[in-house]
Design a protein around this ligand. Structure first.
Ligand code: CTP
Length: 410
């Protein structure tokens, strides 16, 4: 992938784009225009990309760097694309390495414009974009927000995560292993902790490993992933992590985000009961045996099932110790899920705290697939295979993977 960077203040954000593309598994070759070098250093990109950043047509060891880059790229992303870069690209100029590469390539191109609102709205910029769109160039439109110099308006470079997601979406048509490109996926992980007093909690044995594996694999497969977790583990590349403690916190983090998601996977072991009253101070031994009255927590997966947007794939987990499939199927129906992942946590090497898992994935369409004892990463891939199948099987998505995010409004 060639990441072209032209000379605007948003060039600093392109460093994050570069890192995220690399983390998502892309081989990234950065190309900076001379104007970009006034905002950011080539070394910064070299440090986070797959190969050193290139900045000129002439001083490269390769006599024809533009044709080599253009021919070998699967995708060229230009972020930020300034008004000047768009004009030169639309006019077919090749006066620096980036524009020469853009002319030399037959790979799909995604441009991510960023400039001041007045420039963005200027007819010449809009005409150039219309020309580029007509030629098949993908455009991820700028967002509204704070601009250089404290101004506010349209022209702000799209967020790095959105750029990566749009890039994956463009590649999704032909890119191998990117079947979740352009999809937004929310995963929950870990056991919730319900306070008894400021010191003590009621919790469960969930380690969060399966949820983290799901988040990591979904991100690798091109999805934009939010992981809501109660446990602290190394953050999987490209994944946005939201930390929570209790079932109520998890609900607060998950429910408002769920409506925008293509996929919600509730791998967390959410407490079913919590102490009715939380003592303000540590309960002292000397006061005798405390009586802890429990109350039910709210089953928000049931709510998510009830309010599921059309096209969303909703996945629950069922950790059981008996009548595993019967219990899981009942939950699948009661909570209006598309898929449920059932595991017998009393079996050897399965579920909580282990690095391995053995699951049965049941679908609301009657499908059933068994995953014998394997790593949690492989179990995650099996779950995501089922999710991907459901997404493809005619479930209308809120955002088509064939279409980069920004082109919706274009
Ligand atoms: N879940 C939830 N909110 C709760 C309890 C559970 O969202 N308060 C979700 C879990 O994340 C899981 C699914 O519901 O994906 C099934 O959880 P589980 O505890 O196995 O099922 P319950 O319906 O609570 O039934 P039981 O505990 O009686 O087996």
């Amino acid at each position: 992938m060639v990441l072209g960077v032209s000379g605007g203040i948003a060039a600093y954000k392109a460093v994050e784009v570069c890192r995220r593309l690399f983390d998502a598994g892309a081989y990234v070759s950065p190309v900076l225009t001379p104007a970009a070098l006034r905002f950011v250093g080539a070394v910064t990109f070299s440090a986070v990309a797959s190969e050193p950043a290139r900045t000129a047509l002439w001083d490269d060891p390769d006599p024809i760097p533009h044709t080599r880059l253009g021919q070998s790229a699967d995708l060229v992303v230009v972020a930020p694309a300034t008004a000047d870069l768009l004009a030169r690209y639309a006019a077919g100029m090749a006066d620096d390495l980036l524009t020469a590469t853009l002319l030399a390539t037959r790979a799909p191109v995604l441009v991510c414009p960023a400039m001041h609102t007045e420039m963005w709205e200027h007819p010449s910029v809009q005409d150039n974009l219309a020309t580029l769109r007509r030629r098949g160039v993908h455009v991820l439109e700028p967002a509204s927000g704070r601009l250089a110099g404290g101004d506010v308006g349209t022209g702000r470079l799209a967020e790095p995560a959105d750029i990566v997601s749009a890039a994956a979406g463009v590649l999704g048509r032909s890119g191998p292993g990117l079947d979740l490109a352009g999809r937004r996926v929310l995963v929950t992980a870990g056991g919730t902790r319900e306070a008894i007093d400021p010191v003590r909690v009621i919790t469960n044995r969930s380690s969060g490993k399966q949820g983290y594996a799901l988040a990591e694999r979904a991100s690798r497969r091109g999805a934009e992933v939010v992981l809501v977790t109660t446990v602290e583990r190394p953050t999987p590349p490209g994944v946005e992590v939201v930390r929570v403690v209790s079932a109520a916190d998890m609900e607060e983090a998950v429910v408002p985000r769920a409506a925008d998601m293509d996929v919600v996977i509730m791998a967390a072991a959410v407490a079913d009961f919590r102490p009715k009253a939380v003592a303000d101070h540590k309960i002292k031994k000397g006061d005798g045996l405390p009586e802890i009255i429990l109350e039910p927590t709210h089953d928000f997966l049931e709510d998510l099932g009830r309010h599921k947007p059309s096209g969303q794939v909703l996945v629950g987990f069922a950790a059981e110790t008996e009548a595993v499939e019967d219990n899981a199927r009942q939950k699948l129906t009661r909570k209006r899920l598309d898929l449920i992942v059932a595991n017998d946590v009393s079996a050897e090497g399965v579920g909580f705290e282990h690095d391995t898992n053995s699951v049965v994935i049941l679908g609301s369409d009657g499908s059933r697939s068994e995953v014998p004892l394997t790593t949690k990463e492989a179990a995650a891939d099996a779950v995501l295979d089922a999710v991907s199948h459901r997404l493809r099987a005619g479930q209308r998505s809120s955002r088509s993977p064939e279409e980069p995010t920004g082109s919706r409004s274009s």
